[in-house]
Design a protein around this ligand. Structure first.
Ligand SMILES: CC(C)(COP(=O)(O)OP(=O)(O)OC[C@H]1O[C@@H](n2cnc3c(N)ncnc32)[C@H](O)[C@@H]1OP(=O)(O)O)[C@@H](O)C(=O)NCCC(=O)NCCS
Length: 166
């Protein structure tokens, strides 16, 4: 990873850029600008943003599951297309989970659509780097989503852990 990237917790001022990166990914379900602002305000401890020259170029947003605080759920991860393939998403996950494992998080969970090879590659390589097991379960089927005229892919649940600092 290039040393030019700065990885930090997002602040309110980053919310609009996170929304832009999610929109430009053309892959993520785009949430409202308000959702990204709220996330930066209320869930900064379980989220990270990467910046180059002060400009946000990637992010991970997540939360600790209230009913199982040893599990942190990665809700969305995205990197600007100009910055992909350089290990940035992996570095974002490593930074976030190094922080969270120090605070007693032991498992990462996320959902991935079966066609998302980049995301499956990202989380598989994370599990390997951390020496942790990766399990896959069915979670949300196409029929669980509202009928908005577009068929939604299934969202499979991936669970990685137990996570330990080396
Ligand atoms: C998924 C995404 C965040 C990866 O970002 P990135 O910075 O390019 O990823 P990295 O360079 O850190 O790569 C991490 C691993 O994933 C693998 N990977 C990345 N892109 C890949 C692709 N298109 N196909 C297969 N594997 C891929 C890499 O080879 C790497 O594995 P390695 O460590 O064994 O070499 C990026 O492609 C993206 O923003 N996609 C659109 C949004 C999205 O789909 N988000 C995930 C769903 S929530």
């Amino acid at each position: 990873m290039s040393g030019k990237h700065l990885i930090e917790s997002p602040a309110k001022a980053d919310g609009a850029e996170l929304w832009r990166i999610a929109r430009d990914s053309k892959k993520l379900d785009l949430n409202s600008p308000y959702a990204y602002l709220l996330w930066c305000h209320d869930f900064a401890d379980t989220s990270v943003v990467a910046k180059v020259d002060g400009q946000a170029v990637g992010f991970v947003i997540g939360y600790r599951r209230p009913s199982a605080p040893d599990t942190a759920v990665v809700w969305q991860v995205a990197v600007d297309s100009s910055q992909r393939g350089k290990g940035l998403a992996g570095a974002l996950l490593d930074a976030l989970f190094t922080r969270l494992v120090r605070r007693d998080v032991r498992y990462l969970e996320t959902t991935i659509t079966p066609d998302n090879k980049a995301s499956i590659g990202l989380f598989s390589s994370f599990a390997e780097r951390w020496g942790a097991a990766l399990e896959r379960f069915d979670l949300f089927a196409p029929g669980d989503f509202p009928d908005d005229g577009e068929q939604h892919e299934p969202e499979d649940l991936y669970r990685i852990g137990p996570l330990n600092l080396k």
